[in-house]
Design a protein around this ligand. Structure first.
Ligand code: HEC
Length: 195
């Protein structure tokens, strides 16, 4: 039994030590930054690591959905990101790589990354939720693309964005403090995949 646990730990450590599978892209902790310095689309943020920000913004704003161009970074909260790799890099996940990030005033650390097997800090599998988006939405959930809803409100995701420690904001509004308190309550609810 001990051997199995040890082997699992070693395997996990090894998996985490692998550089993100770029599919042509060079993704590392520096690929991510203060979320509010990215481009705001509705209630989330986008970026593009290959210089095609306009293509990413166009996909995010496409009325009937679109395939995001390679290099696209999409984030709702500072600690989770989806990055679009080159076409064919990961057909099972429609070429999205999922990232779980640790952010602090010192910057970003990639905690986990990968494809169909990445689990967020609340035990939820990114891909399992996001794959439910209807095909035209390219795994992007928002509220009406076919994914099961999450209990994270706009006030909560907005508060997380505005208090991203990488952005250097020193004050927290009373509204954001209240939203963060409610989010904290939610995450204490046992066995609840939050965000
Ligand atoms: C329990 C299901 C669930 C899990 C687990 C989950 N997500 Fe999501 N995610 C959603 C839903 C639903 C939304 C849309 C929320 C909204 O707009 O109110 C969302 C939004 C997002 C967005 C903004 C774009 C979009 O799809 O609307 C990104 C980026 C994202 N999630 C990445 C991740 C990553 C990375 C992980 C894993 C580390 C993850 N998510 C885990 C359900 C989930």
């Amino acid at each position: 039994m001990k051997g199995i646990v040890w082997a699992a730990l070693v395997a996990a450590a090894w998996a985490n030590a692998q550089p993100p599978s770029a599919g042509g892209l060079n993704i590392d902790a520096d690929s991510f930054r203060c979320i509010t310095s990215m481009t705001h689309v509705r209630h989330f943020y986008v970026d593009n690591l290959e210089g095609d920000l306009q293509g990413t913004i166009a996909a995010a704003n496409a009325k009937n959905g679109a395939v995001y161009p390679p290099g696209s970074v999409v984030q709702l909260v500072p600690g989770e990101a989806m990055v679009k790799l080159d076409k064919g890099a990961s057909p099972a996940t429609h070429d999205w790589e999922y990232f779980e990030l640790d952010v602090s005033k010192d910057g970003t650390r990639i905690r986990r990354h990968g494809f169909a097997d990445v689990v967020n800090r609340f035990g939820g599998n990114c891909f399992a939720c996001h794959v439910a988006a209807r095909p035209e939405w390219d795994s992007i959930c928002e509220t009406d693309h076919g994914c099961a809803p999450i209990p994270v409100t706009r006030a909560m995701s907005g508060a997380l964005q505005r208090t991203d420690p990488r952005c250097g904001n020193t004050s927290v509004s009373p509204e954001d403090a209240e939203a963060l308190r409610q989010l904290d309550e939610l995450t204490k609810t046992p066995a609840r995949a939050v965000k």
